[in-house]
Design a protein around this ligand. Sequence first.
Ligand code: SF4
Length: 436
Amino acid sequence: MKEEFLHFIWHTRQFDQSDLVTDYGRRVTVIQNGRHNVDRGPDFSEAAIRLNNTLWAGNVEIHINSAQWYEHGHHHDPKYNSVILHVCWKVRGKIVREDGEAVPQIELHDRVESELLDRYEDLNYAFATIPCERLVANVQERIVTHCLDRMLIERMSTKAAELRRQLDHLKGDWSALYWWQLCRSFGGKINAPGFEHLARTIDHKLVLRHRKNPLRIEALLFGCSGLLDVMGRSPYERQLRYEFDLLKRMYDLSEMDPSIWNFLRLRPGNFPTIRIAQLAAFLKDRSDLDPVLFVTDNMQGMLSKFKVRASPFWDDHYHFNKKSARTKVKRVGGSMAHSILLNWLFNLLYTRAEVHNSESMKERILSWMQDLKFEENRVTARFNAFPMSSRSMADSQALLTLYNNYCNLKRCTRCMIGGHIICHETKSYKYLETPD
Ligand code: SF4
């Protein structure tokens, strides 16, 4: 038995509430089971119960047994003086609060259907990476859709909260935030730290000031990245070095340690050299990095803004000092453009919508995500058994959130799909109507 299961049972009221009495023999009627508290303090706040004929409002604490009240030190903690009910799997002995009042207790272990417990254990002890994969076929598609909608909002809100913290760190400078995030998104997963360091090394205003001179933008980015050789072996590299040395003296620039860049286990097209050259191409002629300027009427128009081509030197190079066997234009491809669209444009616009309380903007962003293609990867492939008739970028992002925040941590009782599996055919199930 795990305490999280008891939280679920209490939260969803999946226990027999008839003739419920406390350890002191008082009749209990649950009026409101309260709000699940994920911070410190009692497990459920704003609960309401009737004890005999008296209405009580306060908090509810949940444990496997009575002794845990003392083991967790709640009898010394004034925060627990507002506990009106102690809910236990098994009640063993009386408990008191810090203010000396006895806390009424109820016991659940004879009040929960054994099938419910069995289904919980099926999920909890499953070895599969997605514990519900053999049970999910019984869940209606509308439940899966509803769960994924919630996951998508959780994903976007979490990202927005991260960006708002970064914005605070930047003292409210949105332009700097756009620049930092733009660089990060060109780095992809592997080189995001290097690109973020690059963004911190170069003031975005300097980049925009030199927007009319593509060679200078490249010199600035490559020079600060530490990837330019001091001597420069090709004429192109020597030219960049010359430009960068001028800029370095003029603006007191520093060069990063090149060991931050990762080339290992990357496709050559994703090498940081190529991504920096593409970032330079993207910055050409940009006087402002406000994401709103990149919004167009249609998705293809938005994507095309990111499909920039690195300068011609890179057609037959992946490194400065080595010519490649084949010539290929190094244009940002479809999946990278999707990734920049999501991680830069959508995340920033969603953050702005949260700051300005614009629900219509948020809905617009979520609907754009419905129009973009589903991302096939190792994680999303694990959900092939899920009843889903349509698949879009919104779904793949929701599945990644579901996997990382719930399936992988075995938090099935906190997931809408898990709730429906555990409470299968239980008519009183109200999980959908009682979001946390
Ligand atoms: S968290 Fe939800 S989706 Fe994931 S395995 Fe558990 S029940 Fe299934």
